[in-house]
Design a protein around this ligand. Structure first.
Ligand code: V0D
Length: 249
């Protein structure tokens, strides 16, 4: 799949600066399936193909960090069978793609409260974290059982505990310290958020981290989202960046 449009975008992108960190909300899988008269899980499976294509493309153009919203703390409210199916996807994905990720020298990371996940899912994820921890290429972060407010709360609790133990004083609590206590401690904030499927919200994703992030939305559903959509988003980001270059953070 190498459309002329994608090649044209690629050429233009190479003239500018590629964002270091791109965050993506993989949204619209259920709607994609419904439109085709398929079960929602067929949409999630199709979304897995898009995930592969976008990781390959990000690696090719030299993006350093990709963060994908895979499962939110609110997603537990979905039908139990759908949740079960979703929980099988990390294992399915990693079984098939871990060798390719190793070949790319990619690092897999997970953010979120993932101790609530089924054992098999946890095992597959832990194995990938271990296997890729010393790699030095593209960092692929999956937000799993993630909620932005919960993340900030947990950080605040941990900081408060340090104050209570006398390890910190309140005046030592600044933005940097709070950022260091988030799941993303040590990872630079996203430069660009991509949200497909026509929803125009953050939905509790990386709230603290996206204070200065450029937002890019498209009506395209995640399973229909291709390399050329991704490149279009990057190109648009570069244009904005150029326009506001002097006064950006
Ligand atoms: C479903 C489309 C990869 C969006 C992509 C449990 C919805 C496929 C992972 C994954 C999901 C997670 C952790 C990890 C490696 C891979 C994933 C979920 C859903 C929720 F270490 N795709 N994916 N996780 N979908």
């Amino acid at each position: 799949m190498n459309s002329a449009k994608a090649e044209e975008y690629l050429r233009k992108i190479k003239e500018g600066q590629v964002p270091s960190h791109v965050a993506v909300i993989m949204d619209g899988n259920g709607r994609w399936a419904k439109k085709r008269g398929l079960p929602r899980i067929a949409g999630h499976k199709a979304g897995l193909h898009t995930l592969r294509e976008i990781i390959n493309c990000a690696d090719e153009i030299g993006i350093k960090i990709m963060t994908f919203f895979a499962f939110s703390t609110e997603n537990w409210k979905r039908p139990p069978l759908e949740v079960r199916f979703l929980m099988s996807l990390p294992e399915e994905y990693l079984q098939k793609d871990l060798p390719a990720l190793m070949e790319k020298n990619a690092v897999v990371k997970v953010i979120g409260n993932y101790n609530r996940l089924p054992r098999r899912t946890l095992n597959a994820v832990s194995h990938a974290l271990q296997a890729t921890r010393d790699n030095t290429g593209l960092i692929v972060i999956f937000a799993l059982n993630y909620g932005g407010r919960a993340e900030i709360l947990e950080a605040v609790r941990n900081i408060a505990a340090k104050v209570a133990r006398g390890e910190l004083t309140p005046d030592q609590i600044d933005e940097q310290l709070l950022a260091d206590h988030l799941y993303t401690g040590g990872i630079p904030d996203p430069d660009l958020l991509i949200r497909p499927s026509g929803e125009l919200r953050l939905s509790n994703f990386l709230l603290w981290q996206m204070a200065y992030t450029e937002l890019w939305f498209t009506e395209t559903l995640w399973p229909d989202f291709k390399r050329e959509h991704f490149l279009e988003a990057i190109l648009e980001y570069q244009k904005r960046d150029r326009r506001f270059g002097g006064i950006k953070k």
